[in-house]
Design a protein around this ligand. Structure first.
Ligand SMILES: Nc1ncnc2c1ncn2[C@@H]1O[C@H](COP(=O)(O)OP(=O)(O)OP(=O)(O)O)[C@@H](O)[C@H]1O
Length: 306
């Protein structure tokens, strides 16, 4: 389990400081897919980077803590201090536009061998990697290609392969399907779901597409202006959204008989339009496992601080 307590992550810009994540308290259980949605700039990537331990200037952790219920292969407790040593071992990150992160002038097999965590027996690593990539639906020769020789979908599959090769307990996928066509998007998401079912690890998926969240995730985290407005089981959040912002995101999805297709790719980007919400950092449990920010809590709710 990952336990986040009163987390504030900020960017220093000259004399100005932006609190991109502001007072987030959250428990993420093991073995589930958690979807993160919210409009552009609400702090999703910043929260993901903080969880991944990728905190570099001008970003800094100004308050709060993250504890990881993760152990390294050697049985050492993973902490915010040593997490970098676990990158691509017990924790992986598939960044935005990750399919463009492959070095264009180096064959994929070489990039794989140089990957952090691969053992020194290159032949053995390559054999295992080829077998694994085959399992992910990539032809054997894909490993011998240069990135530009593969389609966007194949490159993204390759990135997901690299991120999952060591069976990390936690995978963070920041908009893993952006820039892919709808059919390939579906394939990639299905792949992530299958891998999660097999590995029983935790996957955090950032997406603007509420349809993706509905199909893929077990839990939903809705963010607004650096804060969590709602968090709970996906079924509960979609069937009984509590916060007006969550309601509006879900309303943008098409319903049966809605032929306008307005929400087919329901985008959370800028979805709040002219409306602005004031979100309190404290969450209330409105029903078991379903939390909502104070301003929109039902009167009978009891405060648990998430
Ligand atoms: N390197 C940076 N320097 C300064 N400010 C930043 C930096 N990265 C992000 N921010 C600011 O932090 C806030 C949150 O950004 P973040 O990228 O986390 O949002 P996001 O929800 O992931 O957005 P998107 O959906 O567009 O990726 C925004 O106001 C953004 O401008």
């Amino acid at each position: 389990m990952i336990s986040i307590k009163d987390l504030q992550v900020s960017y220093r810009l000259g004399t100005r400081t932006i609190h991109a994540v502001d007072g987030v308290t959250l428990d993420i259980p093991d073995g589930c897919i958690v979807g993160i949605a919210g409009e552009s700039g609400c702090g999703k990537s910043t929260l993901m980077k903080a969880i991944y331990g990728d905190i570099t200037s001008p970003m800094h952790l100004s308050r709060g803590s993250i504890t990881y219920g993760l152990k390294s292969a050697k049985g050492r407790q993973v902490t915010a201090q040593n997490i970098r040593e676990e990158w691509f071992k017990s924790i992986s990150y598939v960044p935005q536009s990750s399919m463009n992160s492959l070095n264009p002038v180096i064959r994929i097999r070489e990039q794989f061998i140089d990957f952090p965590g691969t053992d020194s027996n290159k032949k053995r690593v390559l054999e295992r990697a080829r077998a694994y990539m085959g399992k992910l639906g990539l032809p054997p020769e894909a490993m011998d290609s240069y990135p530009h020789q593969l389609s966007g979908g194949m490159r993204q599959r390759m990135m997901i392969g690299l991120a999952t090769f060591f069976q990390p307990e936690l995978i963070i996928a920041d908009e893993p399907t952006t820039a892919l066509d709808v059919v390939v998007q579906k394939d990639i998401l299905m792949l992530l779901m299958e891998l999660q079912e097999e590995m029983k690890n935790t996957i955090l998926v950032v997406s603007h597409d509420m349809g993706v969240h509905y199909q893929v995730t077990h839990k939903m985290l809705i963010m607004y202006a650096g804060r969590v407005v709602e968090y709970g089981d996906t079924d509960s959040v979609f069937s009984d959204p509590q916060h007006p912002y969550t309601k509006m995101l879900i309303d943008s999805l098409p319903t049966i008989g809605d032929d306008s297709m307005r929400g087919l790719m329901a985008s959370a980007a800028g979805a709040s339009g002219d409306r602005a919400y004031r979100v309190e950092p404290k969450l209330h449990e409105v029903k078991p496992g379903h939390f909502v920010a104070q301003a929109a809590a039902a009167p009978a709710a009891h405060s648990v601080g998430a």
